[in-house]
Design a protein around this ligand. Structure first.
Ligand SMILES: Cc1cc2nc3c(=O)[nH]c(=O)nc-3n(C[C@H](O)[C@H](O)[C@H](O)COP(=O)(O)OP(=O)(O)OC[C@H]3O[C@@H](n4cnc5c(N)ncnc54)[C@H](O)[C@@H]3O)c2cc1C
Length: 401
């Protein structure tokens, strides 16, 4: 860390390298377990091999597979198979002032019954969240509420059949039921961003929900993937649109999770890749988006959903410059459960508003999420390496290695 960075950190009263605060919620045994897992996830060949075998074995209902996943990856990245048995983890995090975002792990569903099930789960999560200040938000993926093919077709110029039109109306009813309940119970809803070939449809639906439910306060948030070339402009356009149409923009800022898939798709269909040419370009747009949100923080609500230390530090600096209260409800931070603890717990200890995505659900349901976590991260040089190093540092501090 530079001299300037250090003195600012001191002024802001936190240090992302403080592993004692970062891992205070973990017992020695839990920390050793995390250390083992992150060590294994750093081996790309191991992740590739076990993802393929694990998924197949789960589909075939082979014995012990579910239990093995549950006691390893699942334990690190998920809070529990149901809402009720997620409660202990939620309570533990809240002891350290970290709130939870409930995330039922279903995605990429195909049947109407599954879509209705996801909607009911989201509404149940809202009920669960409404009783407690430890849970601020729930999140939903449109692919858990609608067929991907339909979302894709809506985005294309092709007209919908009568059956598709009926299904689309059902999709709108499902998302509206979720946002309606959330508004009633004062719980926020993050609508996750997904692949670019369905994202226009998701944006359209998210804007419609924001217009309906974000009149006086922010209930619905759309997600902006700054790894896409045009998303900084889209963020600004979304803000202008909200201002003109009389609602408040909710903006969850992410870099983006589908980079490899996006590049393959562009290659396959011979279209230009929507992804930025370099990581630096993604970082620049992400940080400019943070600046834009801070500049307009009285007229929008933004969440920095990132494990990137520099971006989190930047947001604290921008808030400090403008004398914005650390716990201002319009500017907050969010990480995934099981990752970025050095960021979450140190920021929360310094009085910033921080939440963690709590993915829950049956092991089979959350498997795509777990595989994405392991694969993405083993592909990104340094990410889990950083996690592993921090855990090792804490083990050493506790005299455990
Ligand atoms: C709470 C939370 C919610 C999330 N919700 C979503 C969501 O709704 N939708 C979604 O897509 N993702 C979501 N993500 C994942 C997120 O998009 C990132 O994949 C992940 O957080 C890693 O990025 P980072 O900001 O933490 O930082 P870093 O680790 O610094 O950045 C890694 C990211 O940079 C980008 N990148 C890497 N290499 C390049 C390159 N060569 N060129 C261009 N860009 C590059 C990629 O987006 C990559 O994931 C979420 C993450 C969090 C923490």
């Amino acid at each position: 860390m530079t001299k300037m960075g250090k003195s600012l950190n001191e002024k802001l009263l936190f240090n992302f390298n403080n592993t004692a605060t970062a891992f205070a919620y973990k017992t020695n045994e839990e920390l050793k377990h995390s250390s083992f897992l992150f060590k294994m996830m750093n081996k790309a060949w191991f992740v590739r091999f076990s993802s393929a075998i694990g998924l197949k074995a789960l589909q075939l209902n082979l014995p012990f597979v579910e239990a093995t996943v549950e006691s390893t990856l699942y334990k690190q990245f998920c809070s529990g198979t149901t809402l009720l048995n997620s409660q202990d983890v939620i309570d533990k995090l809240y002891e350290y002032k970290v709130q939870s975002v409930l995330d039922y792990g279903a995605e990429a569903k195909t049947k109407e019954t599954d879509f209705n099930h996801s909607m009911n789960e989201a509404i149940r999560a809202i009920e669960f969240a409404s009783d407690t200040s430890s849970i601020s938000t729930i999140c939903v993926k449109l692919t858990a509420l609608a067929p991907i093919k339909l979302l894709e077709k809506i985005q294309s110029v092709n007209p919908l059949s009568i059956e598709e039109t009926k299904n689309y109306k059902n999709v709108l009813k499902r998302i509206d039921s979720i946002c309606y309940s959330a508004n009633l119970k004062n719980v926020r809803v993050f609508i996750d961003a997904e692949e670019s070939w369905i994202q226009d449809t998701i944006d359209f639906i998210a804007n419609r929900m924001m217009k309906r439910y974000n009149k006086e306060k922010v209930i619905v948030f759309n997600t902006f993937q700054l790894y896409r070339k045009n998303r900084l402009d889209f963020l600004m356009e979304s803000f202008d649109k909200a201002q003109k149409e009389g609602y408040i923009l909710g903006a969850k800022l992410v870099r983006g999770a589908y980079m490899e898939k996006e590049r393959k798709y562009a290659e396959q269909f011979n279209t230009p890749s929507p992804i930025q040419e370099t990581k630096q370009a993604t970082d620049n747009d992400y940080n400019t988006a943070l600046q834009f949100c801070v500049d307009n923080y009285t007229k929008l609500a933004a969440v920095a959903a990132t494990h990137n230390k520099e971006s989190c530090l930047l947001l604290t600096q921008l808030m400090d410059k403008k004398n914005i209260a650390k716990n201002h409800p319009n500017l907050s931070f969010c990480q995934l459960y099981g990752m970025g603890d050095n960021i979450s717990f140190n920021l929360a200890a310094a009085s910033y508003t921080v939440s963690k995505y709590m993915v829950y659900g049956p092991v089979k349901e959350v498997m795509p999420f777990l595989i994405r976590r392991a694969e993405e991260n083993s592909a990104i040089a340094g990410e889990l390496g950083r996690e592993y190093q921090l855990i090792r540092k804490e083990l050493k501090r506790r005299g455990l290695r």
